[in-house]
Design a protein around this ligand. Structure first.
Ligand code: CP3
Length: 348
């Protein structure tokens, strides 16, 4: 370890080395549970915040000012690239994201733009570069994108969904349409992630929140191959560790044979030990990330500490290395003090 290239515990863990301390960060660590986030957000809409590097960097720094974290994830959203593809993105209060002109036919896919990641999404790279100016050398800058299926789900439904009926109609009745859309998103995602690495991301994460919404066969044949192609290409071209999050997807881990990711982020529905067992069964010796239930942060201090200790014990035995995190994004009603308790208990 030299003073010019200090070791980053999160990167050490991601590569399967013994980290200099147990790394921790929280999915959605920048967000509405922080009063200082709500103060910035009071004056600007969400998409504008994502497009302005000064504001995106400011809210990315907010949790780092409060907590002793090992990583910062750039403030943005998995649906931002949909703007570059030609859809209009809005977030209505209480409704979540909406995308204009949902994609339902091959004509719709063909009418999407062919963006250039640097030209059309460069503001995300600018936010990363700016954020990095205030990170400590041992802190990891994480870039991210949505995995193609999760992004495609919003592009097809035009909003969040419970049943994913329009997505499933394409899967079962019009497969070439969704295949073409996944391909279109995948091409952009590789360039988008590489642009983020060029701007300063030390690791990247692919969020596949809805991976658990399809049957194992559909996941294996249609969804995993395009996702894994992105992971492989980004790794080959950049060398940075890649984290993959198959949301609601404990069962999806049975389908990850050949997955090129360095880290699998496990949701809170699966024990880490079980996740490790399943992954070993398909030939993967990876680092695990996760997986405290984000709602556990509501628990009284003693119980919360006990849950962190239990997770530490499990992680020590389960994986080659572990990155402490929640099993899904923090929720707006999370008490900010709970993060300090988790970090304190982890460092003991
Ligand atoms: O983790 C971080 O701090 C980085 C920023 C980040 C956001 N969204 C900020 C955000 C990341 C990594 C995401 C990913 C994302 N966005 C996912 C995948 C991860 C997951 O949570 O499953 C998904 C599915 C989305 C789509 C999305 N964005 C939804 C469904 C919503 C609405 C949620 C809600 O509760 O209203 C968003 C909005 C969003 N993205 C917010 C934040 C901080 C809240 C926006 C606000 O300020 O109103």
């Amino acid at each position: 370890m030299t003073s010019t290239s200090p070791q980053k515990p999160m990167i050490q863990a991601a590569r399967g080395e013994k980290p200099s301390r147990w790394p921790v960060w929280f999915m959605r660590q920048a967000g509405r549970y922080l009063p200082e986030y709500r103060a910035v957000r009071a004056d600007v809409d969400f998409v504008t915040m994502c497009k302005r590097p000064d504001l995106a960097a400011e809210v990315t720094w907010q949790p780092l000012r409060r907590y002793d974290l090992d990583a910062s994830i750039i403030f943005s959203d998995i649906l931002i690239p949909c703007i570059a593809l030609g859809q209009e993105l809005t977030f209505d209060k209480g409704h979540g994201p909406r995308l204009s002109a949902p994609i339902r036919s091959i004509t719709d896919v063909k009418s999407l733009k062919s963006p250039d990641a640097t030209r059309d999404l460069g503001y995300v790279g600018d936010a990363i570069s700016l954020t990095k100016t205030k990170l400590k050398p041992e802190q990891t800058m994480i870039g991210f994108a949505g995995a193609p299926f999760t992004v495609a789900s919003y592009m097809i439904e035009g909003q969040g969904s419970k049943e994913f009926t329009e997505v499933k109609k394409l899967i079962f009745c019009d497969r070439p349409v969704i295949t073409a859309l996944l391909e279109k998103i995948s091409q952009l995602t590789v360039d988008y992630l590489l642009m983020q690495v060029k701007a300063g991301a030390d690791a990247v994460m692919l969020f596949d929140t809805w991976a658990g919404q399809v049957s194992p066969g559909v996941y294996r044949d249609l969804i995993f191959p395009c996702t894994n192609k992105i992971i492989s290409e980004v790794k080959r071209a950049s060398g940075v560790p890649v984290i993959y999050f198959p949301g609601q997807g404990s069962d999806r881990m049975y389908e990850l044979t050949g997955c090129a990711a360095d880290v699998i982020s496990v949701d809170w529905r699966t024990r880490l030990s079980r996740a490790a067992e399943i992954l070993k069964g398909v030939g993967l010796n990876v680092t695990l990330q996760g997986n405290l239930d984000p709602q556990a942060l509501l628990a009284p201090e003693a119980e919360l500490r006990a849950m962190v200790r239990a997770l530490k014990d499990e992680a020590r035995q389960a994986a080659r290395a572990h990155i402490f995190n929640v099993g899904h994004g923090l929720l707006p009603h999370t008490p900010p003090e709970s993060l300090s308790i988790v970090i304190d208990e982890l460092r003991k």
